[in-house]
Write a protein that binds this ligand. Structure first.
Ligand code: C2O
Ligand code: CU
Length: 457
């Protein structure tokens, strides 16, 4: 029986043998086609379970791994064979605004049987992902996501470059997607749609073969609607990047990964298999096993990892945008403005399914938060005045994080997890013109009001 409490009961499943990843080489050729359509997929092994109907890119969840080199241009035709409108967003890419894929903001949704060509340069290397950006709380939960990897000549040499896309599915007792809970007001006002079945690259506890004594790069991507994962790598591991952006190389075996966040590690294997465990949700639950085999391929030298040169944060701010986040269950929001009118929170929840506000206003789809001139240094001064954690994501830019005491964290991100009550400033140079969404990547929170637009001229 799959119950909500049996979250991540992945350990019972028989490990599947996944294909051995080959040496890193960019392989995607243009123009590429991504077709969104229903597909059937076995999520839970065993005769007592059924195939789930997922929504997939090119028939698979995750969708195909797109792998390019820095400086390449993606040229890709999106074909929508779903029964509702959709679009594709390239999460973390500092994109051309018209290619950002936000349905209803940067493009109209691509209607059933319609298509759209995405074409844009890849100026940043790192680990990114793509996902639907229309009704995301439903479409992403059903499987419309995949990895986008941009390689750089200066990437550390590795024997295997392994993408691990982690998701938690909310399944019914027969192993199909729990349909009844979509749009649950409870989830929208609490921690979002939390699943009960963990998959990595669409499989429950897969096994991936790796060469003995090899050096591998692991690219973790959290594709869950709302689950914050805690992952542990029981081997010599070095964190090298977060959200695609380099961080000072540091020994680290643990990472907290909020929805949409990524973390890249270099791991030196010995002779033993390792299992990466999910450790933050009543676990440990085995997520994926790297099985060490003898392949007789010559191994890359294990050079000392180079420290990256990081851009230093700006000295002064041109525009400060205060952002007071309120709402959700057990919160302090009594009333808020919605479509120009004040409403008590009860009515907002029951009538409009809105539960969260920025500065006392609930977003009517995409409200403009600020107008900024190109080139200005902006600080979004976020105060998470709610009883929930939020994974705030800014489109089109990467930001520094300035904590309450004024210091900056290392590196830049595109998605930052705010703890309950936390205040922090997200600082960025507004160098990319267009309409850029800023929202919570807990997709139910986004739908229930946590979204705003920053306009850069
Ligand atoms: Cu990952 Cu608004 O997106
Ligand atoms: Cu949130």
């Amino acid at each position: 029986m799959i119950t909500r409490r049996s979250f991540l009961k992945a350990c019972l499943a028989t490990p599947l043998l996944a294909a051995t990843p080959s040496l890193t080489l960019a392989t995607t050729t243009n123009p590429f086609v991504l077709k969104a359509a229903k597909a059937s997929k076995r999520l839970v092994p065993g005769d007592e379970y059924q195939d789930a109907t997922v929504w997939a890119f090119n028939g698979s969840v995750p969708g195909p791994e797109l792998r390019f080199k820095k400086g390449d241009t993606i040229s890709l035709d999106f074909i929508n064979e779903l029964e509702e409108g959709s679009s594709i967003h390239w999460h973390g890419i500092r994109n051309i605004n018209a290619m950002d894929g936000v349905a209803g903001l940067t493009q109209p949704e691509v209607m059933p049987n319609g298509q759209f060509r995405y074409e844009f340069p890849l100026n940043d290397s790192g680990t990114y992902w793509y996902h639907s950006h229309a009704k995301t709380w439903s479409q992403v939960a059903r499987g419309l996501y995949g990895p986008l990897i941009v390689e750089d000549e200066s990437d550390p040499l590795v024997d295997h470059d392994i993408v691990l896309m982690i998701d938690d599915w909310l399944l019914a007792n027969d192993g199909t997607i729990d349909e009844a809970s979509f749009g649950s007001l409870h989830d929208w006002a609490h921690g979002g749609r939390l699943g009960n079945w963990l998959t990595v690259n669409g499989e429950s506890h897969p096994t991936i073969e790796v060469q003995k004594n090899s050096r591998i790069r692991i690219r973790l991507i959290n594709a869950a609607n709302a689950r914050i994962f805690g992952l542990n790598i029981p081997a010599t591991a070095f964190l090298i990047a977060e959200d695609g952006y380099p961080v000072p190389v540091q020994p680290s075996q643990d990472v907290v990964l909020a929805p949409a966040q990524r973390a890249d590690f270099i791991v030196d294997l010995a002779e033993d298999d390792i299992t990466i465990n999910e450790v933050s949700n009543n676990g440990p639950y085995p997520a994926v096993t790297l099985k060490v085999v003898e392949l007789k391929t010559p191994l890359v030298p294990k050079d000392v990892l180079k420290q990256p040169t990081l851009e230093s944060p700006p000295q002064s701010i041109d525009v400060a945008i205060p952002l007071h986040m309120q709402g959700g269950a057990m919160g302090n929001l009594r009333e808020a403005s919605f479509k120009g009118q004040m409403h008590p929170i009860r009515e907002l929840a029951q009538t409009y399914k809105k539960a969260w506000a920025f500065n006392g206003t609930i977003s009517d789809h995409h409200d403009h938060l600020a107008k900024i001139e190109r080139g200005q240094v902006v600080s979004i001064e976020v105060w998470n005045d709610t009883r929930w954690r939020h994974a705030m994501h800014l489109h089109g830019h990467h930001f520094w994080i300035q904590t309450e005491d004024g210091t900056f964290l290392d590196g830049k991100r595109d998605t930052y997890l705010f703890e309950r009550g936390e205040k922090a400033n997200l600082v960025f140079v507004a160098d990319n013109p267009g309409l850029w969404l800023f929202h919570c990547h807990m997709l139910e929170h986004h739908a229930a009001g946590m979204a705003a637009v920053i306009e850069i001229s």
